[in-house]
Design a protein around this ligand. Sequence first.
Ligand SMILES: [Zn+2]
Length: 228
Amino acid sequence: MTTYITPQDELHVEYQGIALTCPHCQTLTHLTAVGVPRFEELRRRKPKHVGIVFRCDACGEPVFLKFLAKSYTPTRVELSSNYTEIEHARETFPLTYLPEEAEDLFKEALNCYTAGCFNAFGAMCRRTAQSLFRELGERGKLELFDSLQEIRTLAELDDDTFAALRAVLFGSDSDPWPHQPDLNSERAGILLEVMRDLLYQTFVRKARLLQAMTFRRYVAPQTETGSA
Ligand SMILES: [Zn+2]
């Protein structure tokens, strides 16, 4: 894919254009360039990176992307097809269902993920898990491990990925160095979905079921015994 800026200060993007999850409206959407740096200015200064302001086609809010400048020629400023998102879409979870300490820790974990700090995200997931083990006791810990095994089967995780997830969540800080595996964006993405599923199963599902049952009991028509 060739991405470049023309001498007329227009951004040229081949194929489908640029699509991503908007950090404002969380929609997977196309972007329209609204602020492209001037060609002459770029040619003169030759910066290593070029920043472009786009408009989200769904909500109209601005999205800023940074591109690596590949080459400067008299007819085009060629940009790398990869870009850096300056603002990421926020990752969310119904945090209020979690125990208080785990809620704070996992909230920070989500912020790390949103910021693209994947090892920090892993470290905060481990702290969240440790807090839950303390909260739920040894039996709770075993149940969480069973849930992780179940996710492994359902999501068809390969052995390496599963081993990494297990080491992050169930490893001990006294394990030999490095006691936590490094996480790249792909592993972190999988860990995020696993955490969501684990926490959902353990806390959210139960709480919502109980709420729904209470509601049903409350709205159920009162029938007197013996009457039809
Ligand atoms: Zn948007």
